[in-house]
Design a protein around this ligand. Structure first.
Ligand code: CAA
Length: 418
């Protein structure tokens, strides 16, 4: 039997405030249906400068270690995937190590390639363990980001913030990864970027959607080729994509997952051995199937619709939402996951939900974390957005959570809630 490697447990952290997107639409003079139905969003996390990438990452790791009683001496690697780091040199991971008093005997670093950075970290950790180099140790991979486009921009309703911490080990209670099947596709494009010194991303929005779909096609076809060769999927009365119980996508806004799913289905329908029997129009119509989207994708989007874009963490927030809702029925079934980072890089990979997933998720207080949030008005959201990045408000963090307190002598100081 092959050694198993994958995600043993997870935890999330989100800012304490959110804004309602129908209300934001009205404030912007836009039909609320554009945000709620056109983009598929309901609420958007609103952060203040105290809830920076480090604070969110440390809060997620703290919750992971606490709720799953992780023995920190087991951890040999700590990786933070982020595109909104706080220093050009010192990694977010180093702050997290210090704040959580994690052992010195670890590899500690950040990974960056836009929203793909977290997946780069997850694969480094999984392959480190699979190679045997970890010698029984586990890794913690954290995806933490703040998505910021600015007030009154087209990207405004697709902002958000949060973190997801993953414990990666030889005991993949949540998801055993199919190591070696991953398909990658990367291209040098300017679809979304953030020049040094800018807080707001620069984005060519419609082009970024095209890049995402093109990269998805390449990554999915790469995975499918290997999955067919290993007889994990096959061409038959259903397509290879239809043989995955659920497919999770990078979610910059929920509607993007629907576009992505249509594209993935189109790849299968175009490449099927019997494709010549159908017309291009018929294939396009089939690819758009609502039934397929509802069955394979929709149930993973509940948290994303309430938090917004979390860049590196978006795909893993979808995983948290899916397993929170369905881990009992999905045990033993295979999921497909598509990671996309602008610039661009994408990877399609798969894994099998573990038999212990429901027990693990029962200990993962996703609902409690979401329920603690408070709704703020559009005026309050705008006030918080205008605060300088180095000027956090003086607020006490909740127990077990962290906040940036001040920046003194170019050093960041954090406080932990008691
Ligand atoms: N009722 C219902 N739907 C409506 C509507 C109404 N009154 N008005 C518009 N819509 C629909 C539109 O038809 C459209 O849907 P389709 O795409 O299915 O046609 C949708 O609402 C959005 O409308 P527009 O395209 O006109 O919106 P926009 O031009 O204002 O901006 C956006 C949309 C390009 C996504 C913009 O929000 C943006 O730039 N976001 C940031 C970039 C981004 O998220 N890119 C995603 C791919 S890149 C990536 O994934 C990496 C990452 O994380 C950034």
């Amino acid at each position: 039997k092959r050694q198993q490697v994958g995600i043993e447990a997870l935890a999330i952290a989100v800012p304490r405030r959110y804004v309602d997107l129908a209300e934001l639409a009205r404030a912007r003079g836009v039909d609320p249906a554009k945000y709620t139905s056109g983009l598929g969003a309901r609420e958007m996390a609103v952060y203040d400068p105290g809830e920076d990438t480090v604070a969110l990452a440390a809060s997620a790791v703290s919750r992971l270690l606490r709720t799953h009683q992780v023995d920190a001496s087991r951890i040999g690697m700590l990786v933070v995937g982020t595109e909104t780091g706080v220093d050009h040199s010192k990694p977010v991971a180093s702050h997290v190590q210090g704040l959580l008093k994690l052992p010195r005997t670890m590899r500690v670093y950040d990974t960056q390639h836009a929203c793909y950075g977290g997946t780069a970290g997850l694969m480094a950790a999984a392959e480190w363990i699979a190679s045997g180099a970890a010698a029984g140790r586990s890794a913690v991979v954290v995806c933490s980001d703040i998505a910021r486009y600015g007030l009154n921009t087209a990207g405004e309703p697709t902002q958000g913030a949060g973190a997801v911490a993953l414990l990666v080990s030889e005991q993949p209670d949540l998801l055993a990864l199919d190591v070696g099947l991953n398909g990658s596709c990367s291209m040098d494009v300017y679809d979304f970027w953030r020049p040094l010194g800018r807080r707001e991303a620069v984005v060519d929005g419609h082009y970024s959607i095209q890049c995402y779909l093109e990269a998805l096609s390449g990554a999915y076809r790469g995975w499918r080729e290997r999955a067919l060769a290993h007889e994990v999927v096959r061409w038959g009365s259903t397509t290879p994509g239809e043989q995955l119980a659920r497919i999770l996508y990078h979610v910059p806004f929920c509607k993007m997952a629907r576009k992505a799913h249509t594209q993935l289905r189109l790849c299968d329908l175009e490449d099927a051995p019997n494709a010549a029997n159908t017309t291009a129009e018929a294939r396009e119509e089939l690819a758009k199937s609502s039934a397929s989207y509802e069955a394979q994708v929709a149930s993973s989007l509940s948290l994303n619709a309430r938090v917004g874009n979390v860049y590196t963490a978006s795909l893993y927030l979808a995983l948290a939402g899916l397993l929170h809702a369905e881990s009992g029925t999905l045990a033993g079934q295979r999921l497909g996951l598509l990671s996309y980072g602008s610039g661009c890089a994408s990877e399609f990979f798969s894994g099998v939900v573990g038999a212990q997933a429901a027990q693990r998720m029962a200990r993962t207080d996703v609902e409690a974390v979401m329920a603690r949030r408070e709704r703020v008005s559009v005026e309050e959201y705008e006030r918080l957005m205008k605060l300088p990045g180095d000027g956090p408000e003086v607020l006490a963090p909740a127990p077990g959570e962290f906040r940036l307190a001040e920046i003194r002598d170019h050093k960041r100081h954090y406080v932990e809630g008691a």
